[in-house]
Design a binder for this molecule. Sequence first.
Ligand SMILES: C[S@@+](CC[C@H](N)C(=O)[O-])C[C@H]1O[C@@H](n2cnc3c(N)ncnc32)[C@H](O)[C@@H]1O
Length: 272
Amino acid sequence: MTNNQDEAAPAGIDTSLPHSARIYDYWLGGSSNFAVDRSLGQTFEEAIPSIRTMARENRRFLGRAVRYMAGEAGLRQFLDVGTGVPADGDTPSVTGIVAPDSRVVCVDNDPIVQAHARTLTANSSDGRTVYLQGDLREPERLLEDPVLTRHLDLDQPVGLLLVAVLMLVGDEHEPVDNVRTLLDALPPGSHVAVTHPSQDFDEQAMAEIVATAGRGRMTLVPRRRDEVKAFFGDWELVRPGLVPVMGWRPEEAAPQDPNAAYYWGGVARKPA
Ligand SMILES: C[S@@+](CC[C@H](N)C(=O)[O-])C[C@H]1O[C@@H](n2cnc3c(N)ncnc32)[C@H](O)[C@@H]1O
């Protein structure tokens, strides 16, 4: 795998190793990716030809979850951790349509996300979305970040998005504890949306994905449904519960095969 030296990378962006934000951007048809990301992205596609569909289905779930949180649940504050490269269908763009008075904090640990966000925020003056470079593995630090505390009122309910990110945190970083720290910091009425890839759908395909990720020196940990459920703690799953991501409140005709994307997805509410 080689870096394509012809591609100009923003300052501080390492294009010698693949990054999940950029691979995901490649699958979604974006342009914030480099040869090293496309190469690994294509190798993943050889193992699972429907992987682009899975990325798209996650984004669509994110849209449905945000619309639910802003609509039925009436939330106007969102914290999107592992937000990805800014693009259509992400949390700021969905809230911009359905609840433009919302405040959104987008967190990602990949500097490319900040590089794109700087361009975006330079072009938009509404100030309703802020980006911060932060890490899910350091939740206390994240919650104390002045960018977050100035933008969100943590005494009011928040919609927390953890969509297609927890599989990038290995068990040695205690992701369940890290998520619990975030959940504990939010008041009753808050909601959390989680999606997570799982070997429950196709054991062999997932084993190939994990092996491919390892060759690209990326962490990727699929988890069983019970393990994914643990991320919600004692919050109450809203209907229809933790289900294949394509089957979570589909807005169009129900998918022919809801198991086609190997992800569990659900939304839960913090009880009073
Ligand atoms: C697969 S993308 C998902 C993007 C978006 N949530 C979505 O579903 O469309 C995963 C994102 O999580 C980010 N990420 C990975 N590990 C992270 C961590 N420990 N803390 C914060 N962000 C992380 C990656 O940089 C990437 O942008």
